[in-house]
Design a protein. Structure first.
Ligand code: MTE
Ligand code: MO
Length: 211
């Protein structure tokens, strides 16, 4: 016969194992192939951290016809912002779940931009660049993020502002972003010219050219 202590033990065990399996199943499903989870926030920069004063900072969209649309820091941060929680996946195999950002959706920035372009080349202060199809920046998939975890974005993580495109490998999320060049044709960015995959879908493990 079960006494109260046995019943309690059974209840505790089932909560413990349910919680454990639940968490594991959840994070396993959210971990793309070949990735491991980290709670740290590693810094990956191909060069020194550029320092841009907010007075000089600007964000520019140039269309395929050469039309420019510019936002100062004040103008950018005056646009309606969104809070975004997303999992991020670095091609060096770390993934981090539930990262919390705030920034302006690319949909908002491109709302009044007339373009027939299919591709975008992202440019950063410091010279970094990365390319992606324009549709991967639209429909709530990408932001210019200027807050991380409720605080201004740290310079080493791309502050004052970085691109956030969490559905692609994190090298597409250009730090110190300064603009978007809209183009009819695809043109490889910094890592893409060095042999990384043109598109970089972590769920299809598109790490390098030919993957
Ligand atoms: N401007 C710029 N953006 C960049 C990089 C860089 O070297 N320069 N590295 C990319 C890579 S490979 C990754 S994994 C992420 C790293 O962002 P973090 O340093 O905030 O973790 O930024 C991406 N954006
Ligand atoms: Mo990366």
């Amino acid at each position: 016969m079960e006494g109260p202590a046995d019943v309690l033990e059974v209840v505790v065990m089932s909560i413990v194992s349910r919680g454990f399996r639940g968490r594991r199943r959840d994070s396993n499903q959210r971990l793309p192939p070949g990735q491991y989870l980290t709670d740290d926030f590693p810094v990956l920069s191909a060069g020194p951290t550029p320092r841009i004063s907010l007075d000089d900072w600007e964000f520019t969209v140039v269309t395929e016809l050469g039309q420019s649309h510019r936002w100062s820091w004040k103008e950018l941060t005056g646009l309606s912002a969104e809070s975004v929680t997303a999992d991020i996946h670095c091609v060096t195999r770390w993934s981090k779940l539930d990262t919390a950002w705030r920034g302006v959706s690319i949909d908002t920035l491109l709302a009044d931009v007339e373009t027939a372009a299919d591709f975008a080349l992202i440019h950063s202060y410091g010279g970094y660049s990365t390319n992606l199809p324009l549709e991967d920046l639209l429909d709530g998939k990408a932001w210019v993020a200027y807050e991380y975890n409720g605080q201004e974005l740290a310079p080493e993580h791309g502050g004052p502002a970085r691109l956030l495109v969490p559905h692609l490998y994190f090298w597409k999320s250009a730090k110190w972003v300064r603009g978007i060049e809209l183009m009819p044709q695809d043109f490889p960015g910094f890592w893409e010219q060095l042999g990384y995959h043109d598109y970089g879908d972590p769920w299809r493990e598109q790490r390098y050219q030919g993957d």
